[in-house]
Ligand binder design. Structure first.
Ligand code: RIB
Ligand code: CA
Length: 309
């Protein structure tokens, strides 16, 4: 099977960490590089987390440090969401290896050039690096096969009433990416909110005693659960769904729609405005996921993670 070459641009982050393990282990994906960006936490922490994860699990991909939002003042996610270190209750040994000598934008560019026309970018953090890539290396716009984004919200926000965190963190960057003309798949809150993952869904994976299972258990569960009991209704594994959409696009239900990003509104900054009824008469530029075969999604998590030692 010909593998899809990808770069994962991320802000680990608990769900980024799971997504990274999924694409690393997926049989149809070739994870060429990991580029990091400020988002859940500052750029130093997201980069160190990515390096720690790749080294601990033997992921042979260089890791680069990224940027802060292009215009907007950086606001990390509240530490109550993912814990101080950004990996929930998980604690990995500090990596001994080095970061890539290139920054995230330079490493993205190098990988795009190496796999021109084939490369796919999986973006599970704010789109700062990707926007800078498309602005500095204009020629790369023609060489990127697709950008698969965890981000955006058509109907329900998860950070402000109608915005999702990754887009809200750097809406100017998102606007550049959405208007780039590159094929985009958007896995936003509209599908994540429809795909909660319960403790039972994960139990069979987490009870095999492997170190990767303990890591994921710690990512998703908090100390003793008592302080932060696993919610009965389940949790939303945002970036994991984007990884699954890349691994198995047919597991999702897509709608091809024109989407633009609001960067001016006081209350609406960061909204991904989807023209569901074609008022704007613009050609569709984004495939938005509105549904997911949850059984297949859980199966992808189990199949990929169980392949990791
Ligand atoms: O809104 C969810 C997104 O914000 C995920 O990528 C999560 O990691 C956070 O970055
Ligand atoms: Ca993320």
């Amino acid at each position: 099977m010909k593998k899809i070459p990808i770069v994962m641009d991320c802000d680990p982050g608990t769900d980024d960490a799971l997504a990274m393990l999924m694409v690393h282990a997926a049989k149809n994906i070739d994870l060429r590089a990991v580029t990091t960006v400020a988002g859940n936490l500052n750029r130093e922490v997201t980069a160190q987390n990515a390096l720690d994860i790749t080294e601990y699990f033997g992921i042979p991909a260089p890791v680069a440090k990224g940027s802060y939002p292009i215009m907007k003042k950086f606001e990390a996610l509240d530490i109550s969401v993912m814990g101080e270190g950004g990996l929930g209750n998980a604690a990995l040994p500090k990596a001994q290896g080095e970061f890539s000598p290139y920054n995230s934008v330079e490493l993205l560019h190098r990988e795009v050039q190496k796999a021109a026309g084939e490369i796919v970018i999986l973006a599970t953090g704010p789109l700062t690096n990707v926007a800078l890539l498309l602005s500095v290396y204009l020629e790369d716009r023609e060489l990127i096969r697709e950008i698969v984004i965890m981000g955006g919200a058509v109907y329900y926000g998860n950070h402000t009433p109608r915005t999702e965190f990754n887009i809200y963190t750097d809406a100017e960057a998102a606007k550049i990416v959405f208007q780039s003309g590159i094929p985009i798949k958007m896995i936003g809150t509209d599908v994540t909110y429809r795909t909660p993952v319960t403790r039972k869904d994960l139990d069979c994976l987490l009870s095999d005693g492997k170190r990767v299972s303990k890591f994921i258990g710690d990512l998703m569960f908090y100390p003793g659960d008592g302080e932060r009991p696993f919610p009965e209704e389940g949790i939303y594994i945002w970036d994991g769904l984007a990884a699954a959409a890349l691994i198995c696009p047919e597991c999702m239900e897509w709608k091809h729609v024109y989407v633009d990003v609001e960067t001016k509104g006081e209350l609406t900054y960061g909204e991904t405005v989807a023209d569901m009824d074609h008022y704007l008469k613009q050609p569709p530029n984004v495939h938005i996921a509105f549904g997911c075969d949850k059984e297949k999604f859980i199966g992808i998590i189990q199949k990929t993670i169980s392949a990791i030692d």
